[in-house]
Design a protein around this ligand. Structure first.
Ligand code: GLN
Length: 520
């Protein structure tokens, strides 16, 4: 089976009606080893038919399906003989289009709700009779469509699920994709593996194998250039391309001096001469250049801009030395594609730097994006498959401008040293306490505040470090994590003792919103 066949053999399609959790739906389906892609509700039905999906999932959405101009779909979708699962708005729409009744609910449900399910339904096979599900709706299905039987209800919601098993049409009011729905993964598994009959052929080892074959075919004996940031995506892209085409690949790694402590050397250890990968690795030590450009600059947006532009300039200089290449490779991943509006509906919200904005300064014929179909967790799995060290593969999210935006105010070499050292201590202690996989994201930042302290009987006037740790369930919002007090105390005393220039440590309690995860 070639890669294209692999991606289409067992495809489930998510039709996006603008809900918040749509990427999550697709990710959960893929966790069932079934390949899944997201399409806007504006996608033509002929295109859907041509893809020959094994199943279709309709997502939630902010609208009310009975209102004029609300997103909708042709009724024919339910007559294709392909199983359809409607979630929330998708469920309401299915009922509405097929002759049921949807209206404003007398009681809106929001949050974790006890749902009584009919476990004889194929969808709820092996699910507990009463199960906690995540609800978020103002409308409700007051009457299921003709031919449908009700298969779940709550105290306030008479039709929490309905189905027409003969036609393999299923509607559920709650969100199985959200982890708060305790048995949601099981329900999605029941749908894609049970109702749709998918065998579960989507696996990372075969993805790697097939991608390698496809890259070889496409590249031939051409030359490929990749900008390696040291982050997860570009590192995995480098690993994959190296496996496919060896030293026809050149990676340019720009060390802008705003990486975490020792990170530049770690990237070099993996991809450089002594690492296990066959490729041309060029490291550009551009620290001094960056610090010079950033001197005296305090405005966050201005800092971001300078860092971004300087990256392009450095990369451009190296690319010129290399000369014309056949392909420019990028570590674009599937969420970048969806968020840029090329895939789903929630789309238009932001454009992504990795997609569309091709650098026009490099002389290349074509772009190559080997991770374009993957979610982040799949990229990580592929990375492990390729032999990239766990430390790099499980690296925490790190902003493009790096420490530049974790240092409030002007960036200097001295401040970079302080935040690198403080952050390294923080990460070390979090790992020691066994919390490194349970906390979503954590890092140290340097505030621009100096205050008076006393150390060794002497007055100090030094900086304050801020520690941040957040958990997020669905990436839209985040809460400050409850790092145990003892751990924070060890971190505080180590930072003050070991990092020159710091005499105070704060812990940031702010959630998102109103805060953001990063400081600038
Ligand atoms: N807008 C619809 C409602 O309020 C659907 C909500 C949803 O899909 N989460 O009921």
């Amino acid at each position: 089976m070639d890669r294209k066949e692999m991606l289409s053999a067992e495809k489930v399609i998510v039709i996006d009606f603008g809900g918040q959790y749509n990427q999550l739906v697709a990710r959960r389906v893929r966790e069932c080893n079934v390949y899944c892609e997201i399409y806007s509700y504006k996608t033509d039905i002929e295109q859907i038919k041509a893809m020959n999906p094994k199943g279709i999932i309709l997502t939630g959405g902010p609208n009310s399906c009975y209102e004029e101009n609300a997103p909708t779909y042709q009724k024919e979708l339910f007559e294709l003989g392909i199983p359809v699962l409607g979630l929330c708005y998708g469920a309401q729409l299915m009922m509405f289009l097929l002759g049921g009744r949807v209206e404003k609910a007398p009681v809106r449900e929001y949050g974790k709700i006890q749902v009584a399910v009919d476990t004889s339904s194929a969808l709820f096979s092996d699910v507990s009779e009463t199960t906690v599900c995540w609800m978020s709706h103002n409308d409700y299905i007051s009457q299921a469509a003709p031919g449908f039987t009700v298969s779940a209800h709550t105290a306030d919601c008479p039709v929490a699920a309905a189905e027409c098993a003969a036609k393999r049409l299923y509607a559920i009011q709650f969100h199985p994709e959200v982890l708060h729905t305790v048995e949601g993964t099981k329900m999605l598994y029941n749908f894609v593996r049970g109702v749709c009959g998918c065998a579960g052929t989507w696996k990372m080892d075969s993805f790697v194998e097939e991608s390698v074959r496809q890259i070889r075919e496409k590249v031939g004996d051409g030359k490929v250039l990749l900008a390696l940031s040291g982050g997860v995506d570009s590192s995995v892209a480098a690993g994959l391309l190296s496996r496919a085409i060896g030293n026809q690949l050149t990676c340019v790694f720009v060390d802008h001096g705003l990486l975490r402590k020792d990170e530049g050397d770690e990237v070099e250890a993996v991809f450089g001469r002594d690492g296990g990968f066959d490729l041309n690795f060029i490291r550009v030590n551009a620290q001094k250049r960056y610090y010079a450009k950033l001197a005296g600059v305090t405005e966050p947006e201005r800092k971001r801009k300078i860092i971004g532009e300087e990256f392009i300039r450095v990369f451009e200089e190296e690319a010129k030395k290399i000369g014309a290449v056949d392909f420019l490779a990028q570590g674009t991943i599937y969420p970048d594609v969806v968020e840029s509006g090329l895939g789903g509906e929630s789309a238009v919200i932001k454009s992504h730097h990795n997609v569309g904005g091709l650098p026009d300064f490099v002389d290349f014929k074509e772009i190559i994006e080997p991770l374009r179909d993957l979610f982040k967790d799949e990229v990580r799995k592929a990375g492990l498959e390729l032999g990239i060290p766990e430390k790099l593969v499980y690296r925490q999210p790190f902003p493009g401008p790096g420490l530049g935006i974790r240092i409030i105010g002007e960036v200097t070499a001295e401040k970079v040293r302080i935040v690198q050292d403080a952050d390294a201590i923080y990460r070390e202690e979090i790992a020691k306490a066994g919390l490194d996989r349970s906390i979503g994201q954590y890092f140290a930042a340097l505030t621009n505040m100096r205050s008076v302290g006393v150390m060794g009987d002497e007055r100090t006037y030094d900086y304050a470090v801020a520690l941040r740790a957040v958990n997020t369930v669905d990436f839209m919002t985040a809460e400050s994590a409850q790092v145990p007090w003892e751990v924070l105390q060890v971190v505080m005393s180590r930072i003050i003792n070991e990092v020159r220039g710091v005499n105070r440590v704060f812990y940031d309690l702010t959630s998102k919103p109103p805060g953001t995860i990063e400081f600038e």
